[in-house]
Ligand binder design. Structure first.
Ligand SMILES: Nc1nc2c(c(=O)[nH]1)N[C@H]1C(S)=C(S)[C@@H](COP(=O)(O)O)O[C@H]1N2
Ligand SMILES: [Mo]
Length: 398
């Protein structure tokens, strides 16, 4: 029998019967936990892939659509966590008011981990969703916070699952409650028998209905947003922050030329390839090099992606022209003066790939200023943040 709080404290959420819903049960929490675990697990793994795609030198340039798929799944499973988390919080929040707050050291540790789990899950979902909506309301650098709170969340989740493993086994293992004697209505003044309601058909149905509603909400959220990267769904994706074909030259824009402070481009523009034989090319000279056309998507880490035809010069031709070491990484630098995405590193996997271009044209027209005029990088299987626009220089890494 749990101790009860002092009489003075036995009010509000601490009073007997403060949470009357019989829908709440360990079984409901276990199922929601399982779904959340699956959605969060996929979201976490694809998140690590996204991190790796930006950091690992061995990240391949093929398959061309790989990052588009993993990042689409990352954002979709992240959105799905929203209804699942809301339902899970509703199912378990009465436990916030357990008495005593900590029975012993083990209980205190597991409650501490739970606090970290809830806090980091909220940071993950809120920062992620706001980021896809391009509402940078938070004062911190998204990538770092999102990355480290993911690891916090995984660590706390492992502790939580470890401490609940017996409950999970019991509640997920059986298909239905064993039949019990039908409950007799409690007489006046008699306490309700604990969990008697859970055996009745009505409550089993209600739990199913609730789980069904949560599942439906998750499905609706997916259909209403997936169109930002799955074109056939674009028309029904009413909640998608971006539409793949809306923007100049039918392609979304993340940062505009004005937003990046790009000066007007005139005849003084040069592309400098600062290799062993430094080469400086005018726009005209660039147009006179071998031109190639590739069909590649831009996949923004924020979840949208769109495919287009790009025409321009192969990066590897430019590197060869300036005598770069084919096995060394290079840096591609923009005319943009400030900002995290003003340059990006191209590793050999990518700069040797014949599909990697310094694009001058988009769908047969010169690039629009917002898409990087006069020249931008486009490479296969590469996160959008690294498809540098307004390129003016290619150099060795210091
Ligand atoms: N110089 C520069 N290039 C940049 C960016 C930027 O902010 N500055 N944003 C990147 C991001 S986040 C994306 S998703 C793509 C989008 O390309 P688009 O605007 O042509 O669609 O450009 C990338 N190139
Ligand atoms: Mo992006």
């Amino acid at each position: 029998m749990n101790p009860v709080p002092r009489a003075a404290l036995r009010r509000g959420p601490f009073r007997d019967g403060a949470f009357p819903s019989e829908l709440r049960s360990e079984r409901l929490s276990a199922w929601l936990g399982l779904w959340l675990g699956v959605a969060f697990g996929i979201c976490f793994l694809t998140g690590i892939v996204s991190h790796g795609a930006q950091e690992w030198a061995f990240w391949p340039s093929r398959p061309v659509q790989l990052y588009r798929v993993t990042q689409g799944v990352h954002v979709a499973t992240g959105y799905v966590c929203v209804p699942l988390l809301l339902a899970k919080f509703w199912a378990v929040y009465p436990k916030l008011f357990t008495w005593p707050p900590a029975r012993d050291v083990g209980h205190a540790v597991s409650r501490g981990a739970l606090f970290l789990l809830v806090a980091s899950a909220l940071v993950q979902v809120v920062s992620g969703v706001l980021n896809t909506a391009r509402w940078y309301a938070f004062g911190f650098f998204f990538t770092t916070v999102h990355y480290w709170s993911a690891w916090t969340c995984v660590g706390a989740l492992l502790i939580h699952v470890g401490s609940q493993i017996a409950v999970l086994r019991r509640e997920l293992g059986r298909t239905a409650r064993p039949p019990q004697t039908p409950p007799t209505a409690p007489g006046p003044g008699q306490p309700r028998p604990p969990s008697a309601g859970a055996a009745t058909g009505t409550n089993r149905l209600s739990r199913r209905t609730l789980l069904g509603a949560v599942g439906t909400a998750a499905g609706v959220v997916t259909l209403a947003t997936a169109g930002q990267t799955v074109p056939p769904l674009a028309r029904i994706s009413l909640l998608a922050p971006r539409q793949p074909h809306r923007g100049p030259q039918s392609l979304p824009v993340n940062r505009t030329a004005a937003g990046a402070g790009i000066p007007p481009i005139d005849a003084s523009y040069r592309l400098t390839c600062a290799g062993p034989t430094t080469t400086s090319l005018t726009l005209d000279a660039l147009h006179h090099l071998d031109q190639h056309t590739v069909t590649l998507p831009i996949t923004c880490v924020e979840g949208w992606s769109a495919t287009a035809d790009w025409t321009g010069v192969r990066i590897r031709d430019l590197l060869d022209l300036a005598g770069f070491d084919p096995d060394a990484p290079v840096r591609v630098v923009s005319l943009q003066r400030r900002g995290n995405y003003r340059s990006s590193v191209l590793h050999p996997n990518h700069h040797r790939d014949p599909l990697t271009l310094l694009a001058l044209h988009l769908d047969g027209e010169p690039l629009a200023p917002d898409h990087g005029y006069p020249a931008r990088l486009i490479a296969p299987n590469r996160p959008g943040v690294q498809q540098t626009k307004w390129v003016t220089r290619v150099e060795r890494l210091a």
